[in-house]
Design a protein around this ligand. Sequence first.
Ligand code: PCA
Length: 209
Amino acid sequence: MQRTILVTGFEPFGGSSVNPSAEAVKALRSVRIPRVAIATGLLPVVGGEAQRRLRALVSAKKPDAVVCLGESGAATAITIERLAANLRDYRIADNAGATVVDSPVAEGGPAAYFATLPVRAMHDACRAAGVPAELSMSAGTYLCNETMYALLHHASTTNASFRAGFVHVPQLPEQVLAERRGRASMSLDTTMKGLVAMLRVVAGAKRSR
Ligand code: PCA
């Protein structure tokens, strides 16, 4: 049986001209995984708009699973998020210039959602493919957390059966070089190796409802 996995990335933000998550989504277009149809999308780093765009993609593509990708300047490995919090507190303005402080993603929504992707198996598969990976308890309070929370809230309130979650990827070596910071980076090839290993696991997982 063929499974459809929707994979999204984000546009560049915070003064950078690239986003490794967008590059990974572009590279995915030429990746073939047996019995998996990969649908891709690019989300704007704009509060409210990213979640609307993602919900539209979900209703158009009708995926069995959704894996959202984003860049983390702090990540030292592929970082699989376990939890999305009902909190928006932007460290920097979004790409539309908006700043949000101490505000919920969904008024009246639960404090947090767990990812419904098989996070432990994804972590293990990534490492088995030779790519450093870790599980994380916080996706932050910026657009990535907002998007993950909004997606899981949408799935929960519509009783949808797709699995969903979020993976942060480290910056590309060229970003770290340009910013002259002593940060970790990961080449796109290595990120792709980990991503493909994780998508194989996601494709093999049963639907959540
Ligand atoms: N990373 C940001 C938003 C877009 C992205 O790629 C974040 O971690 O929230």
